[in-house]
Unconditional design. Sequence first.
Length: 393
Amino acid sequence: MKQKSDRRKRKVQIKKAAALLFLAMLAVICLVNLVHRDKEFSQKENRMLEQKPAFTLSGVTGGRYMKQYESYKSDQFAARDLWVSLKTNVDLLMGRRDSNGVFKGKKNYLLEDIAKPNEEQLEENIEAIRAFEQSYVDIPVYFALVPNAANVMSDKLPALAETEAQEKQFENIRKELGGKINWVDVQKVLKKHRNEDIYYHTDHHWTTLGASYAYEELAKAMGLDTANGPKWEKYTVSNDFNGTLSATSGYEQGYREPIHIYVPKKGEKSPDIVLNYVDEQKKTASLYDASKLKEKDQYAMFLGGNHAVIDLKTTAASTERLLLVKDSYANCLVPFLTPFFREIIIIDPRYYYGDIHQVMEENKITDILFLYNGNTFVEDNSISGVLKNNETE
């Protein structure tokens, strides 16, 4: 009887000790979070973090404040990166092969899931592009939609992974845009080169090699005189890139891969350039910002990252002037276009609030190119607003 009584006492003591330890850990976590300073930006995830929302009565009664506060506390939780990494590793042990919309694929590939279109917004964007083309019937409009890696490299997806049918999405978009807009099929050429490094392993962007293949298709469609353009050679600028998909998912944190740029071969003619970052009132004579190679998002070295509007002037013999409406996929493709245009106005609708029709008139635009990756285009809520802004009668 005494032994049983002693065992019960020990069990009770163990339970009390475990409860006290749990309460102590909870108290420490709460205390750390009370004194923990909020951060504005996560270098690891390459994104802005939620800030403490302003308290308003309407926000509380409508439920918006609680949702914003929950997101704020999630983003600002002390040692958040450690907990995210721990969760990711546990999920892997349990057999899960995706995290935050990112699949852990074969051969160290991380593949962003194919986005499901926001049908209403997508239709608005397509209608706005058609209307924009009709406002400038004498100016050719080209449209290049870049498939995402999970489409082109579907063989790298983990077993039983299911994604949206992006090929079907593209075909529907092509039909909706109509025959007056020149559809440039880069999907076919990328699939032809699917066994090459045309997408980064740890980032959602294509590589410069992938962009070079798309450029060749664009050159054919746009009638660019590539025979008199420069021959290109590859140059490595980093061997230490770990991209945004790694940060978002927690996978492949230790994987490092190269970033290449393509420059004219020695002795080849190439125009001088000047980039004018219009809103920032800053100019540079380089298409690359080497300082970004010291930061987490090294892909931002192309054009210095995303900007509302860049006015790129060149000394090319051509008098053609291009309006490029784009997302970040275009950033590493722009250098290939510089020998063929006197000026390229680069607009990212996600950050642009100006009058695009004024840009058309003042810069005597001769060609228009829309270049997006599929996931961005089917979810973007800014294209229609920019194209309709101050729309001409």
